[in-house]
Design a protein around this ligand. Structure first.
Ligand SMILES: [Mg+2]
Length: 117
């Protein structure tokens, strides 16, 4: 079973992603902030990470940098309510970028694509 780490500071998003991705057959671990995310990242081998950009303390872009520095082969999908980060050079290290939506079809498709790559 492929393991997904979902990082988002909003609990309702974590619940939604967990439920929908478990329905897709993934094992899902959630983290509500960068500290929790790094703890999970250091203790488990994930197949893919979805990363919220806007979070208090450390944002997803900084977390992306740390994750890729330590393990550049792990696919990271950045998720944001905004499209504007698409032009931000700091996201280039990510493997994909998904604009958040209540409909998770694009996210699910993107996860399948990065896992197949
Ligand atoms: Mg957020």
């Amino acid at each position: 079973m492929k393991k997904v780490l979902v990082v988002d500071d909003e609990e309702n998003i974590r619940l939604l992603y967990r439920e929908e991705l478990e329905d897709e057959g993934y094992e899902v671990v959630v983290a509500g902030n960068a500290k929790e995310a790094l703890e999970a990242f250091h203790s488990t081998d994930f197949d893919v990470i979805t990363l919220d950009i806007k979070m208090p303390d450390m944002d997803g872009i900084e977390l992306l940098r740390i994750i890729k520095e330590e393990k550049k082969e792990i696919p990271v999908i950045l998720c944001s309510a905004y499209g504007r980060y698409k032009q931000d050079f700091r996201i280039w290290a990510s493997d994909a970028y998904v604009v958040k939506s209540a409909d998770l079809d694009e996210l699910k498709l993107t996860i399948r694509q990065v896992l197949a790559a």
